[in-house]
Design a protein around this ligand. Structure first.
Ligand code: SF4
Length: 380
């Protein structure tokens, strides 16, 4: 049975605060905003106006909603609130990458990364990498976020809020060309909030980002892949592979013990990703662990006939870890083997390594001291 809007709003508000606290507007979809306005005696179009103010204009104050009558703005200001997070810290890499640490209402912190990219014509474009959880339960061996453990899910408002807050920090006329859900957390382990956030960000009236420019990365929660692709068609899917045999992948990505490579790849072959879409397989390269010629050949065999792209990511180091990054030559040799097998393969240029903003380097450092902290990483 379709969940009614009232209970959806209740669900949206649940988890973070008791009913007496103000309604969080960021994270509500258009239907919910229309319903909320109806409950407050306003016509449906008022909800659509607020949707536009929240997401297309990204206002941070009710006074900026200039086509909403002053009286209703005041009422709204008493019953609801806008900003779901505030900037706690920012750091800038020598390569122009910026990392933002956001403080959430309960004091938890998550990170987003703004990455500069030049296109073939040399035009600067920005990508934004956002988080979906505080910490992560997946325990990938090479990832700093994993060392935090799982703290809590982010709400859709906190996921969308990272985009809105980061967009406000762009210079006039700039926008985010791409958005990737590759920050802290496993998006499909926070399925409902992730899907809702994607729908809001790609809504035609939200002025966020087009579906084809938004990519969600998963470690391979096989039971959720089909539902996800159906829920947000056209959105890019990146699957973290990181090894071509179960023994190695089981050590790097513990979820492989639940869904092994065969289960994952068989499901990927069947996914309705659309004619023009390729699944991206992410492959973090670790010296002496998964970077041999044999690994490259096994990977080619595993992905044979699958419409996909392999994105090689030489590992980005962080303190206290047993892993090492392979040399450029080894990475290129690995890539050449994939290309010779007919696969599309690219190597990701690491950005923001010096400020711990690159892939696998995001974490709330205050949570990394003590038991389970950086000094307690387990070598393979
Ligand atoms: S790599 Fe992604 S899924 Fe794995 S522990 Fe890190 S954040 Fe979680």
């Amino acid at each position: 049975m379709k969940q009614d809007v009232k209970s959806k709003i209740a669900t949206h508000q649940a988890g973070l605060r008791p009913a007496t606290r103000p309604v969080e507007l960021v994270g509500m979809d258009e239907e919910e905003l229309v319903s909320l306005c109806g409950q407050m005696g306003e016509p449906p179009y008022r909800g659509r106006q607020i949707f536009s103010w929240l997401y297309a204009h990204g206002v941070s104050e009710f006074s900026q909603m200039t086509n909403i009558p002053k009286g209703f703005r005041a009422k709204l200001g008493e019953a609801a609130r806008l900003e779901a997070l505030e900037l706690d810290r920012e750091s800038k890499s020598a390569d122009g990458t910026e990392k933002y640490v956001w403080r959430l209402r309960d004091g938890a912190r998550v990170e987003s990364v703004r990455i500069p990219m030049r296109n073939v014509n040399g035009v600067m474009r920005w990508s934004l990498c956002i988080s979906t959880q505080v910490g992560c339960a997946m325990g990938c061996a090479f990832c700093l976020t994993a060392k935090m453990g799982f703290i809590r899910q982010l709400t859709a408002g906190e996921i969308v809020g990272q985009f809105l807050a980061a967009r406000r920090l762009l210079a006039r006329g700039e926008r985010f060309h791409n958005v990737v859900f590759m920050g802290m957390g496993e998006p499909l382990d926070n399925f409902g909030a992730t899907v809702k956030a994607v729908r809001i960000l790609t809504h035609p009236r939200a002025n966020g980002v087009s579906a084809k420019r938004l990519t969600v990365s998963t470690v391979g929660i096989v039971s959720r892949l089909r539902d996800f692709v159906s829920a947000v068609p056209g959105v890019g899917l990146a699957v973290s592979l990181h090894a071509a045999d179960d023994e190695t992948r089981g050590k790097l990505v513990p979820v492989n013990r639940k869904w092994n490579l065969r289960a994952l790849i068989d499901e990927c072959r069947e996914l309705p990703v659309g004619e023009r879409r390729r699944i991206t397989f992410e492959y973090v390269m670790l010296r002496g662990v998964n970077d041999s010629k044999r690994d490259a050949k096994e990977l080619s065999k595993l992905l044979e006939g699958l419409k996909c792209k392999v994105n090689l990511m030489p590992w980005n180091p962080f303190p206290g870890t047993p892993f090492e990054r392979p040399g450029d030559e080894r990475v290129e040799e690995f890539r050449r083997i994939l290309l010779a097998a007919g696969l599309v393969a690219t190597t990701r240029t690491a950005k923001g390594v010096d400020i711990l903003a690159a892939c696998g380097q995001l974490a709330d450092s205050s949570r990394l001291d003590g038991p389970g902290g950086l000094k307690q990483l387990n070598p393979l």
